[in-house]
Design a protein around this ligand. Structure first.
Ligand code: ADP
Ligand code: ADP
Length: 222
Protein backbone atom coordinates (compact mmCIF):
# COMPACT_ATOMS: atom_id res chain seq x y z
CA UNK A 1 0.00 0.00 0.00
CA UNK A 2 2.75 2.45 1.05
CA UNK A 3 6.45 2.17 0.28
CA UNK A 4 9.20 4.63 1.12
CA UNK A 5 12.67 4.17 -0.33
CA UNK A 6 15.52 6.21 1.13
CA UNK A 7 13.32 9.23 1.75
CA UNK A 8 14.90 12.39 3.15
CA UNK A 9 13.16 15.68 3.85
CA UNK A 10 14.80 18.96 4.80
CA UNK A 11 13.29 22.23 5.97
CA UNK A 12 15.88 24.76 4.90
CA UNK A 13 18.98 22.87 5.95
CA UNK A 14 17.39 21.14 8.91
CA UNK A 15 16.92 17.43 8.37
CA UNK A 16 13.37 16.36 9.30
CA UNK A 17 13.50 12.82 7.86
CA UNK A 18 16.74 10.98 7.16
CA UNK A 19 16.96 8.10 4.69
CA UNK A 20 13.68 6.48 5.68
CA UNK A 21 12.86 3.15 4.06
CA UNK A 22 9.71 1.35 5.10
CA UNK A 23 6.67 -0.47 3.87
CA UNK A 24 3.11 -0.51 5.17
CA UNK A 25 0.73 -3.14 3.89
CA UNK A 26 -2.95 -2.90 3.12
CA UNK A 27 -5.05 -3.41 6.22
CA UNK A 28 -2.24 -2.71 8.70
CA UNK A 29 -2.70 -0.60 11.85
CA UNK A 30 0.66 1.04 12.48
CA UNK A 31 1.78 3.33 15.27
CA UNK A 32 4.35 5.95 14.42
CA UNK A 33 6.08 6.94 17.64
CA UNK A 34 8.89 9.22 18.74
CA UNK A 35 9.50 12.41 20.68
CA UNK A 36 8.26 15.80 19.53
CA UNK A 37 10.31 16.87 16.50
CA UNK A 38 11.19 13.30 15.53
CA UNK A 39 9.57 13.67 12.10
CA UNK A 40 6.18 11.98 12.58
CA UNK A 41 4.08 14.83 11.16
CA UNK A 42 6.53 15.30 8.31
CA UNK A 43 6.13 11.66 7.33
CA UNK A 44 2.32 12.00 7.31
CA UNK A 45 2.55 15.19 5.23
CA UNK A 46 4.69 13.41 2.67
CA UNK A 47 2.12 10.65 2.36
CA UNK A 48 -0.70 13.04 1.47
CA UNK A 49 1.50 14.99 -0.93
CA UNK A 50 1.43 18.11 1.26
CA UNK A 51 5.24 18.12 1.31
CA UNK A 52 7.73 16.63 -1.12
CA UNK A 53 10.92 14.81 -0.17
CA UNK A 54 14.29 16.13 -1.39
CA UNK A 55 15.49 12.57 -1.82
CA UNK A 56 13.96 9.15 -2.27
CA UNK A 57 10.75 7.69 -3.58
CA UNK A 58 7.29 7.31 -2.09
CA UNK A 59 4.81 4.90 -3.63
CA UNK A 60 1.14 4.77 -2.67
CA UNK A 61 -0.69 1.83 -4.21
CA UNK A 62 2.30 1.32 -6.46
CA UNK A 63 2.24 4.89 -7.81
CA UNK A 64 5.12 7.25 -7.31
CA UNK A 65 3.96 10.48 -5.65
CA UNK A 66 6.70 12.46 -7.38
CA UNK A 67 5.20 11.49 -10.72
CA UNK A 68 1.67 12.64 -9.88
CA UNK A 69 0.49 15.58 -11.90
CA UNK A 70 -0.79 18.50 -9.79
CA UNK A 71 -4.33 17.62 -10.85
CA UNK A 72 -3.86 14.12 -9.41
CA UNK A 73 -3.03 15.31 -5.88
CA UNK A 74 -6.72 15.91 -5.00
CA UNK A 75 -7.49 12.41 -6.27
CA UNK A 76 -4.84 11.02 -3.89
CA UNK A 77 -6.16 13.10 -0.98
CA UNK A 78 -9.65 11.75 -1.52
CA UNK A 79 -8.37 8.25 -0.84
CA UNK A 80 -6.77 9.30 2.44
CA UNK A 81 -8.64 10.40 5.54
CA UNK A 82 -6.81 12.70 7.96
CA UNK A 83 -7.47 13.27 11.66
CA UNK A 84 -5.56 15.93 13.60
CA UNK A 85 -5.14 16.81 17.26
CA UNK A 86 -6.92 20.15 16.94
CA UNK A 87 -10.25 19.28 15.45
CA UNK A 88 -10.75 22.11 12.97
CA UNK A 89 -14.50 21.68 12.87
CA UNK A 90 -16.49 24.64 11.64
CA UNK A 91 -18.32 25.93 14.75
CA UNK A 92 -21.21 27.52 12.85
CA UNK A 93 -21.98 24.49 10.71
CA UNK A 94 -23.96 21.54 12.01
CA UNK A 95 -22.34 18.18 12.61
CA UNK A 96 -24.00 16.92 9.43
CA UNK A 97 -22.63 19.81 7.38
CA UNK A 98 -19.13 19.44 8.84
CA UNK A 99 -19.00 15.76 7.89
CA UNK A 100 -20.43 16.44 4.43
CA UNK A 101 -17.73 19.01 3.54
CA UNK A 102 -15.33 16.64 1.74
CA UNK A 103 -18.25 15.40 -0.38
CA UNK A 104 -19.51 18.91 -1.18
CA UNK A 105 -16.05 19.86 -2.41
CA UNK A 106 -16.25 16.97 -4.86
CA UNK A 107 -19.70 17.91 -6.07
CA UNK A 108 -21.48 14.81 -4.73
CA UNK A 109 -25.26 14.67 -5.11
CA UNK A 110 -27.61 15.41 -2.21
CA UNK A 111 -28.73 11.79 -2.10
CA UNK A 112 -25.16 10.50 -2.01
CA UNK A 113 -24.21 13.05 0.67
CA UNK A 114 -27.13 12.02 2.88
CA UNK A 115 -26.31 8.34 2.56
CA UNK A 116 -22.55 8.65 3.13
CA UNK A 117 -22.78 11.17 5.98
CA UNK A 118 -25.40 9.04 7.74
CA UNK A 119 -23.18 5.96 7.38
CA UNK A 120 -20.09 7.79 8.66
CA UNK A 121 -21.98 9.25 11.64
CA UNK A 122 -23.38 5.81 12.50
CA UNK A 123 -19.87 4.37 12.38
CA UNK A 124 -18.81 6.76 15.13
CA UNK A 125 -22.11 6.40 17.03
CA UNK A 126 -23.22 10.01 16.63
CA UNK A 127 -25.99 9.94 14.05
CA UNK A 128 -28.37 11.30 16.69
CA UNK A 129 -26.26 14.48 17.07
CA UNK A 130 -26.25 15.42 13.40
CA UNK A 131 -28.21 18.66 13.84
CA UNK A 132 -26.10 20.00 16.70
CA UNK A 133 -23.17 22.39 16.39
CA UNK A 134 -19.60 21.36 17.37
CA UNK A 135 -19.34 23.71 20.40
CA UNK A 136 -22.33 21.86 21.90
CA UNK A 137 -20.47 18.54 21.86
CA UNK A 138 -17.97 17.08 24.32
CA UNK A 139 -14.29 16.89 23.37
CA UNK A 140 -14.50 13.16 22.70
CA UNK A 141 -17.58 13.64 20.52
CA UNK A 142 -15.86 16.37 18.54
CA UNK A 143 -12.96 14.04 17.79
CA UNK A 144 -15.42 11.35 16.71
CA UNK A 145 -17.01 13.86 14.32
CA UNK A 146 -13.55 14.50 12.87
CA UNK A 147 -13.15 10.78 12.35
CA UNK A 148 -16.55 10.63 10.64
CA UNK A 149 -15.43 13.46 8.34
CA UNK A 150 -12.18 11.59 7.62
CA UNK A 151 -13.94 8.34 6.65
CA UNK A 152 -16.97 9.79 4.84
CA UNK A 153 -15.30 9.16 1.47
CA UNK A 154 -14.50 5.53 2.25
CA UNK A 155 -10.71 6.15 2.23
CA UNK A 156 -8.17 3.38 1.66
CA UNK A 157 -6.15 4.74 4.55
CA UNK A 158 -6.64 6.88 7.59
CA UNK A 159 -3.77 8.99 8.92
CA UNK A 160 -4.04 10.47 12.39
CA UNK A 161 -1.59 12.95 13.90
CA UNK A 162 -1.74 12.92 17.72
CA UNK A 163 -5.50 12.22 17.57
CA UNK A 164 -5.72 11.77 21.34
CA UNK A 165 -3.50 14.71 22.25
CA UNK A 166 -6.37 16.61 23.84
CA UNK A 167 -8.15 13.64 25.38
CA UNK A 168 -8.00 11.94 28.79
CA UNK A 169 -7.16 8.21 29.02
CA UNK A 170 -10.82 7.13 28.96
CA UNK A 171 -11.65 9.10 25.81
CA UNK A 172 -8.35 7.97 24.30
CA UNK A 173 -9.56 4.38 24.72
CA UNK A 174 -12.82 5.19 22.97
CA UNK A 175 -11.03 6.73 20.02
CA UNK A 176 -8.61 3.82 19.73
CA UNK A 177 -11.50 1.33 19.80
CA UNK A 178 -13.11 3.31 17.00
CA UNK A 179 -9.90 3.17 14.94
CA UNK A 180 -9.77 -0.58 15.54
CA UNK A 181 -13.30 -1.05 14.24
CA UNK A 182 -12.56 1.06 11.15
CA UNK A 183 -9.38 -0.98 10.63
CA UNK A 184 -11.37 -4.21 10.98
CA UNK A 185 -13.40 -3.14 7.95
CA UNK A 186 -10.21 -3.00 5.88
CA UNK A 187 -8.94 0.58 6.13
CA UNK A 188 -5.18 0.90 6.65
CA UNK A 189 -4.49 3.09 9.70
CA UNK A 190 -1.39 5.03 10.68
CA UNK A 191 -1.45 6.87 13.98
CA UNK A 192 1.40 9.24 14.91
CA UNK A 193 1.55 9.63 18.66
CA UNK A 194 3.83 9.90 21.65
CA UNK A 195 1.03 8.84 23.98
CA UNK A 196 1.92 5.68 25.97
CA UNK A 197 -1.82 5.08 26.55
CA UNK A 198 -2.23 4.57 22.82
CA UNK A 199 0.73 2.18 22.71
CA UNK A 200 -0.72 0.19 25.61
CA UNK A 201 -3.95 -0.29 23.73
CA UNK A 202 -2.78 -0.92 20.20
CA UNK A 203 -0.87 -4.15 20.12
CA UNK A 204 0.34 -3.77 16.55
CA UNK A 205 3.39 -2.71 14.62
CA UNK A 206 5.27 0.27 15.99
CA UNK A 207 7.64 2.35 13.91
CA UNK A 208 9.85 4.52 16.09
CA UNK A 209 11.43 7.68 14.74
CA UNK A 210 14.28 9.51 16.42
CA UNK A 211 15.60 12.73 14.90
CA UNK A 212 14.24 11.81 11.51
CA UNK A 213 15.57 8.25 11.49
CA UNK A 214 13.69 4.99 11.84
CA UNK A 215 15.27 3.42 14.90
CA UNK A 216 12.93 0.47 15.34
CA UNK A 217 10.15 -1.30 13.53
CA UNK A 218 8.75 -3.88 15.86
CA UNK A 219 6.20 -6.40 14.81
CA UNK A 220 4.39 -6.68 18.11
CA UNK A 221 1.68 -9.06 17.04
CA UNK A 222 -0.39 -9.35 13.88
P1 ADP B 1 6.93 15.43 15.05
O1 ADP B 1 5.66 15.34 14.31
O2 ADP B 1 7.53 14.09 15.34
O3 ADP B 1 6.84 16.29 16.28
P2 ADP B 1 7.81 17.08 12.84
O4 ADP B 1 7.68 16.22 11.63
O5 ADP B 1 6.73 18.07 13.11
O6 ADP B 1 8.02 16.12 14.10
O7 ADP B 1 9.18 17.86 12.79
C1 ADP B 1 10.42 17.26 12.42
C2 ADP B 1 11.48 18.35 12.38
O8 ADP B 1 11.22 19.21 11.28
C3 ADP B 1 11.51 19.24 13.60
O9 ADP B 1 12.85 19.61 13.80
C4 ADP B 1 10.66 20.43 13.19
O10 ADP B 1 11.01 21.59 13.90
C5 ADP B 1 11.01 20.55 11.72
N1 ADP B 1 9.89 21.12 10.93
C6 ADP B 1 8.68 20.56 10.76
N2 ADP B 1 7.91 21.31 9.95
C7 ADP B 1 8.69 22.37 9.61
C8 ADP B 1 8.47 23.51 8.78
N3 ADP B 1 7.31 23.72 8.13
N4 ADP B 1 9.49 24.39 8.65
C9 ADP B 1 10.67 24.18 9.28
N5 ADP B 1 10.95 23.14 10.06
C10 ADP B 1 9.96 22.24 10.23
P1 ADP C 1 3.57 18.64 15.22
O1 ADP C 1 4.48 18.42 16.41
O2 ADP C 1 2.30 17.84 15.29
O3 ADP C 1 4.28 18.57 13.93
P2 ADP C 1 3.90 21.45 15.47
O4 ADP C 1 3.18 22.28 16.45
O5 ADP C 1 5.33 21.07 15.66
O6 ADP C 1 3.03 20.12 15.30
O7 ADP C 1 3.80 22.09 14.03
C1 ADP C 1 2.69 22.84 13.62
C2 ADP C 1 2.98 23.41 12.25
O8 ADP C 1 4.19 24.18 12.25
C3 ADP C 1 3.17 22.33 11.22
O9 ADP C 1 2.57 22.74 9.99
C4 ADP C 1 4.68 22.22 11.05
O10 ADP C 1 5.04 21.83 9.74
C5 ADP C 1 5.13 23.63 11.34
N1 ADP C 1 6.44 23.65 11.98
C6 ADP C 1 6.91 22.77 12.89
N2 ADP C 1 8.16 23.06 13.25
C7 ADP C 1 8.49 24.18 12.56
C8 ADP C 1 9.66 24.99 12.50
N3 ADP C 1 10.78 24.72 13.18
N4 ADP C 1 9.65 26.07 11.67
C9 ADP C 1 8.55 26.34 10.95
N5 ADP C 1 7.41 25.62 10.98
C10 ADP C 1 7.40 24.55 11.76
Amino acid sequence: MIQLFHVSKYYDRRLALADVTLEIEKGEFVLLMGASGAGKSTLLKLLIGAERPEEGQILVQGRSLSKLRPSEIPVLRRKIGVVLQDFRLLPKKTVFDNVSLPLLVQGASTVEIRRKVTDALRSVGLDHKKDLFPPGLSTGEQQRICIARAIVNGPIMLLADEPTGNLDPELTSEIIELFKSINARGTTIIVATHDPNVLAQVNRRVIILDQGKVVSREQVCP
